[in-house]
Design a protein. Structure first.
Length: 343
């Protein structure tokens, strides 16, 4: 297993000096390319990877997400007054934990599971066929657990498909709201909590550096649910917003998982890093599109699981959420036997 290496993070002043021009706060997903490009990235990363079979299976899931997103029906959206109320309160207009979900998301879950069951490994086909016929109660319960970040009662086998269906639905919601308010100003803006998505309030999957016009290497957090990206200055912890105690860790990716310890210079040029914070004890991965134009925050996060394991050994907790990468111990039940967050 490769070891990690730590490199110094630039101060906010240094970052500001290197960047230039106006940086847009939001980057919107593209309906026609979001999941198609993620699928291609997963297939690219799968070659020669120790998790190659799983990455290819996730590529198949992402392929079906693309197809489903193109076929989404019209769904209920917040009206202008609802969007305005959320903006005035500093809240997301499509909150993941409170927005009334349209039944169409369950149809997507059924569709994804049925399609995957035809070409999944034999061991997974039975579970996928069962999920393809799962009832409303099961699916809605699993969705509630996922969106509230709860592990007790969560079916880890079904979770990636359920999460993928929720991603399709919320991405469709976001793009539909954007289209509805086109020419009337952005329907999504800054909210009170800068650490979560300004559209749905979900945590990021990872962050990504983007270069747009004169803005060089600006950091965006990529939503784990609706795929919106929002700007946060580099040199600031995406969990506690502190600017001290930050460092980057990375794997020696060029040598593979069995390579030697990464040098600081190699770590500084890595495509995937873990930004760790000593103050709050959390970390979030960052992928660099200026070092590889084909990086995808979700796909590259999934393919760098070894980095999670190494950082976890230092006691750091993961801030990001990736529905394709769920692990950890179930939360204990409350005294009355109900799951945490249920009261």
């Amino acid at each position: 297993m490769s070891n990690s290496a730590t490199v110094r993070v630039m101060s906010p002043e240094e970052i500001a000096a290197r960047g230039g021009g106006d940086t847009p706060f939001l980057r919107w997903p593209e309906r026609a390319t979001l999941f198609a490009e993620r699928e291609m990235r997963l297939r690219q990363l799968a070659g020669g990877h120790s998790l190659g079979d799983y990455l290819r299976f996730m590529a198949e899931l992402t392929h079906e997400q693309h197809q489903a997103l193109q076929a989404m029906p019209a769904v209920a959206l917040p009206d202008a007054a609802g969007v305005d109320r959320a903006a005035r309160a500093g809240l997301p207009p499509l909150p993941a934990t409170d927005w009334p979900r349209d039944p169409s998301w369950r149809a997507v879950a059924h569709r994804l599971a049925a399609a995957l069951a035809e070409r999944a490994p034999e061991a997974a086909r039975s579970a996928l066929r069962e999920l393809a016929g799962a009832d409303e109660v099961f699916l809605e319960r699993q969705a509630d657990l996922l969106l509230n970040g709860l592990a007790t009662g969560l079916d880890l086998g079904a979770a990636p498909v359920v999460g993928a269906a929720l991603q399709v639905y919320w991405t469709h919601l976001l793009l539909a709201v954007q289209g509805l308010h086109q020419g009337q100003g952005a329907p999504v803006g800054r909210i009170e909590d800068a650490t979560v998505c300004p559209c749905c309030g979900s945590r990021p999957a990872a962050s990504v550096t983007r270069t747009a016009g004169e803005s060089l290497g600006q950091r965006y957090l990529h939503c784990s649910l609706c795929n919106l990206e929002w700007h946060m200055v580099r040199g600031q912890c995406p969990h506690c917003l502190g600017a001290k105690g930050l460092s980057y860790q990375s794997l020696d990716l060029a040598e593979g998982e069995g390579g030697e310890e990464a040098s600081a210079s190699r770590a500084a040029s890595a495509k995937v890093q873990a930004e760790t914070c000593e103050d709050c004890g959390h970390y979030l991965k960052i992928v660099h599109s200026d070092r590889d134009p084909f990086v995808d925050p979700v796909a590259d996060d999934l393919a760098s699981l070894t980095l999670d394991l190494l950082v976890a050994e230092t006691g750091k907790e993961r801030h990001g959420v990736n529905f394709m990468l769920l692990f950890g111990e179930p939360e204990p039940l409350l005294e009355d036997g109900s799951p945490p967050g249920s009261r």
